[in-house]
Design a protein around this ligand. Structure first.
Ligand SMILES: [Zn+2]
Length: 253
């Protein structure tokens, strides 16, 4: 518990620093953080009115779809297979990305990861995909995300510099709803489909044991190789396929 508490404090501090990096008043920032921590503790369990569930038949099979309201957003957990498994559950915590998830944009790997996660969960016969809203552009929102695309296309900036040039933070995603959802579903430990160490730290800090990290690698293409390289080199994501792509990459790809 001590380790979790320390991790939570560290994670919260980092979240606050990122979230508030461009807020001018430090005192306001600290106040905001305290309020947030308190509200999170109070809101750990969901009210019945903020949860609804039904079966959802998809082209991959039938999931149990559980919708949640949390922190001003509506999220969804898709549960496949046995719903009473508590430990070592295969889980993908997926950040909303309209351009990638819905429209198949190739400048990021979100759509491929969403598809691959659902495929893997079904192939294994069980697991949970948590779809977190409010995570567009690592939390800056859709309009600002598209603004960063302009800078990436016209100025050649990477996914981080295009955000900071606009005065925006690099990553302000809040994973606490995912931990709350997993607790609501009775899950205590997960095998997490992720390449992002921050996601593991965030869940761990909120009481969800990550018993294993399952690499979740999408094949690069010439449209997203710069994005993936920046995620690997500047955000610390474990993306070994970037090196493979660079080594194999012919000039015309
Ligand atoms: Zn994306």
């Amino acid at each position: 518990m001590v380790a979790n508490g320390d991790a939570e404090q560290g994670d919260l501090r980092r979240w606050c620093e990122l979230r508030c990096e461009y807020r001018p008043e430090r005192s306001e920032r600290l106040g905001r953080c305290r309020v947030r921590r308190g509200s999170r503790m109070r809101e750990e369990a969901f009210n019945d009115g903020d949860v609804a569930e039904s079966d959802l038949v998809t082209r991959r099979g039938t999931f149990r779809a559980v919708a949640f309201r949390a922190d001003g957003h509506e999220h969804m957990a898709l549960v496949y297979g046995a719903t009473d498994v508590r430990e070592d559950v295969l889980v993908r915590v997926h950040s909303e990305c309209m351009t990638g998830d819905i429209f198949g944009a190739m400048r990021c790997e979100c759509g491929d990861q969403l598809d691959a996660a659902l495929d893997r969960i079904v192939t294994e016969g069980g697991g949970i995909l948590i779809y977190l809203r409010g995570h567009e552009g690592r939390g800056i929102g859709l309009v600002d995300k598209v603004r960063t695309h302009v800078l990436q296309d016209e100025e050649g900036l990477d996914t981080l510099d295009s955000a900071t040039t606009l005065g925006l933070p690099v990553d302000v995603r809040d994973y606490s709803p995912a931990a709350r959802i997993l607790k609501h579903l009775g899950v205590t430990s997960v095998r997490l489909l992720s390449n992002n160490p921050d996601k593991i730290a965030a869940l761990t800090a909120r009481g969800i044991e990550v018993s294993a990290r399952v690499p979740h690698l999408a094949p690069p293409n010439r449209h997203n190789i710069g994005y993936l390289t920046a995620k690997r080199d500047r955000l610390g994501h474990d993306l070994p396929q970037v090196d493979v792509f660079a080594a194999d990459s012919p000039a015309d790809r």
